[in-house]
Design a protein around this ligand. Sequence first.
Ligand SMILES: [Mg+2]
Length: 168
Amino acid sequence: MLFYPDYYCNKVTDITLELLEKNHIKGVLLDVDNTLIDYDRNLLEGAEEWVSKMKANNIRCMILSNSNKIDKITAVAEILKLPYIYFATKPWKRGFNKAKAELGLQEENIAVVGDQIFTDIIGANRSKMFSILVNPIAKKDIWITKCKRPLEEWIIKSYVKKQKKKEE
Ligand SMILES: [Mg+2]
């Protein structure tokens, strides 16, 4: 299902090495807005430690953001010491393909983490990568994202319901 993530959790720092290893993931593409930072550019608590741990375990991390605000993206990239692609035009495949080439990995070994179904998740699924949906770290969004949230919430609800049924 194009709209459903392969995995859903609260925030980036909830993603464990075990989950990645179990799914043969060797690289992670991270969204920025509302995944790593909030609207006021505060970094998610524990993000630095999480990235360091991933790197120490040979998980290649990279920023893949749709934002065209280069100063914002480079600031996050600098703190986390990560390579980055900005203005990535997710869900189109261009940015995902570029990231894949830069990581030097196969799509089935790459996870994509983001808070938006219509950009991060659909893009990851179309690119045959492992899609991980997180909750937006803050309620505040830019207007275009705000418009998409009700439909996203509806999809997430139906996804969670389906997962619960599977577990029964
Ligand atoms: Mg986002």
